[in-house]
Design a protein around this ligand. Structure first.
Ligand code: ADP
Ligand code: MG
Length: 258
């Protein structure tokens, strides 16, 4: 099972790229679980699931923490048909067979930080990594910036997809993210230069990245992507012939090689 984090500055395209790749890989027959760790909870909508029906991990934090914590040791020795699933009620079925879990949000103003929410996701990933392998990929969507690394959630993950726009600010966040990701022993740093409008955008970004990444790929700016977003539809449903999907196929290959 490959565990992969998607990170980057706000608005760079993390959720867009993750949701498209998840659907493509699931269509190929891989078992894909995506976890939305952004308290803005956009990923469900990108996967065609209305927010109204969502039960997030944070909705039943204490009970889930007790169940996963108590059963971690037992789970390590279970085989797949013995698995007693405390997490099934939190799993939603998205398009193309993608499974979605939503971490949850801040319930009211002044409720405090997300530490305990993120700890719960960490426990969940440990639980899923311990027992019989149920997924080929776990893809985690994160909130903007580098907070997720401070919480150590992604320690020893298989890869970090760092999404960046071809702008100095976004590239700075990307480089910082890669450093923190390496600190945590994440094995591979893959940068996606997104919304590139010309070859120059890519050349300048490559120069700025200065060999920091293990692999760099790009995705051009596409109006189709924005229009799909405006309509609340997946790109593959809104514009199945879009050239953006060809480029995304190239990025999918990077994911499969992880
Ligand atoms: N390659 C692209 N071309 C055009 N617009 C894009 C592209 N990638 C993402 N977008 C748009 O950028 C906005 C932010 O994308 P989103 O995936 O929500 O970012 P993030 O999850 O990083 O905050 C959305 O309106 C989305 O449609
Ligand atoms: Mg997002």
């Amino acid at each position: 099972m490959k565990r992969i984090i998607f990170t980057g500055k706000g608005g760079v395209g993390k959720t867009t790229i993750l949701s498209n790749l998840a659907r493509m890989v699931a269509k190929d027959g891989y078992r894909v679980l995506v976890i939305d760790c952004d308290p803005s909870m956009n990923l469900a909508m990108s996967l065609g699931i209305p927010l109204s029906g969502i039960v997030s991990l944070a909705d039943d934090k204490t009970r889930l923490q007790e169940q996963l914590g108590t059963n971690l040791e037992e789970h390590a020795h279970e085989d797949s048909d013995q698995c007693d699933h405390h997490i099934d009620e939190f799993i939603m079925n998205a398009d193309d067979g993608v499974k979605l879990i939503v971490m949850g949000t801040i319930p009211y103003g002044g409720a405090g930080c997300l530490c305990s929410h993120i700890s719960l996701v960490k426990l969940l990933v440990a639980y899923l990594s311990t027992g019989p392998e149920e997924y080929d990929f776990i893809l985690i969507d994160s909130q903007a910036g580098v907070e997720i690394f401070g919480r150590g959630l992604v320690a020893e993950f298989d890869a970090c997809f760092v999404i960046t726009e071809p702008t100095p600010k976004s590239l700075e966040v990307a480089k910082h993210g890669m450093k923190l990701s390496r600190d945590l022993g994440v094995k591979r740093q893959i940068v996606v230069i997104n919304k590139a409008e010309c070859d120059g955008d890519i050349t300048t970004s490559l120069k700025e990245l200065d060999g920091n990444a293990d692999q760099v790929v790009s995705l051009r700016f596409y109006r189709d992507i924005q229009e799909a977003d405006r309509k609340g539809a997946g790109l593959q449903d809104h514009a199945p012939e879009s050239a953006a999907l060809n480029e995304l196929l190239g990025i999918k290959s990077c994911l499969l090689e992880v």
